[in-house]
Ligand binder design. Structure first.
Ligand SMILES: [Zn+2]
Length: 296
């Protein structure tokens, strides 16, 4: 996972969100709810740009098969009860594995800009769907806050989401995740948010680890070479700019690259960035970025 900056809300969208919410009516009224999914689907280009065409959870490339998804589920909230099924690679989780634990979801956030992010179809549809674990756990089915007819009465500000949102302010994914050389992700020191995010989005699925594996090995070796190259400026320049480019936002698995770099060198990504700036190597990286993005 990589920390992204939320794009600016388009002009006039706030009012449009309000109008859509009013048109939805109140829970329980006739025909409710009929969400207009075209509303958020139309915002896909905004999030494609802000997230560099990558899934906010697993970092794979998004093309046609990606959604603007609701971080807090709009229709209902489910619970993942079948331990281990989140690791399955091909089996779709069935209803019995993910029963609904609330009568309604966060319906008043269906048209809320701050509740959107871009996700691949696998993370969103196959795994996350309406899962949204919080701490402390919701005590009972049909918890009152989900039945509140006035969104202002909701207490989501007090809620502590366990699912990590790549748009969180000051998020440092290193605090929550670590990687094996095989590209398999793990929660760092059993971090509860890391653990639940992996479970909810199926981030240990075999297909994903296989795709990330070769890059993980490469970065691991480069990070070791980086440490060894300290007294050889030419070598250091080659390795440092290569690593910094690999962890650049435009690249796939940039979040993983940054985490592995820190795991191996015990250095923050900022340390690498400062070195590149101090040595005047930034134009080398910018060239690489230009080349990579002109291919798209
Ligand atoms: Zn994904």
């Amino acid at each position: 996972m990589l920390n992204f900056k939320r794009p600016r809300r388009p002009n006039g969208l706030k009012q449009k969100s309000k109008d859509q919410l009013n048109a939805l009516g109140l829970p329980g009224s006739n025909g409710w709810p009929k969400f207009q999914d075209k509303f958020w689907q139309g915002l896909k280009p905004n999030f494609m740009k802000a997230q560099y065409q990558k899934c906010g959870y697993c970092e794979i490339q998004i093309s046609a098969h990606g959604d603007v998804e609701h971080y807090r589920p709009k229709s209902e909230v489910q619970e993942l009860i079948a331990e281990g099924t989140e690791l399955a690679n091909s089996r779709k989780l069935k209803g019995r594995d993910k029963p609904a634990i609330t009568e309604m979801g966060y319906w008043w956030l269906a048209y809320e800009w701050e509740n959107y992010l871009l996700s691949c179809a696998i993370c969103n549809q196959k795994y996350k769907s309406a899962l949204f674990p919080v701490a402390p756990d919701r005590p009972t089915r049909n918890h009152q806050k989900f039945k509140a007819q006035d969104p202002k009465k909701s207490d989501i500000k007090k809620e502590q989401p366990l699912l990590i949102n790549p748009f969180e302010k000051d998020l440092d994914p290193y605090e929550h995740f670590e990687f094996l050389k095989s590209g398999v992700i793990k929660a760092r020191n059993d971090d509860p948010r890391g653990k639940e995010t992996i479970r909810v989005c199926g981030l240990r699925r075999i297909s994903l680890s296989r795709q990330r594996g070769p890059r993980a090995v490469e970065i691991w070796d480069d990070a070791l070479d980086f440490l060894l190259a300290r007294n050889n400026l030419n070598e250091l320049r080659r390795i440092a700019t290569g690593l910094y480019f690999a962890g650049h936002q435009v690249n796939l698995y940039a979040g993983m690259v940054r985490i592995i770099f820190k795991q191996v060198t015990f250095l923050d990504w900022n340390n690498l960035e400062n070195l590149i700036k101090q040595e005047g190597w930034m134009p080398i990286v910018e060239d690489k970025v230009r080349n990579a993005t002109s291919l798209n």
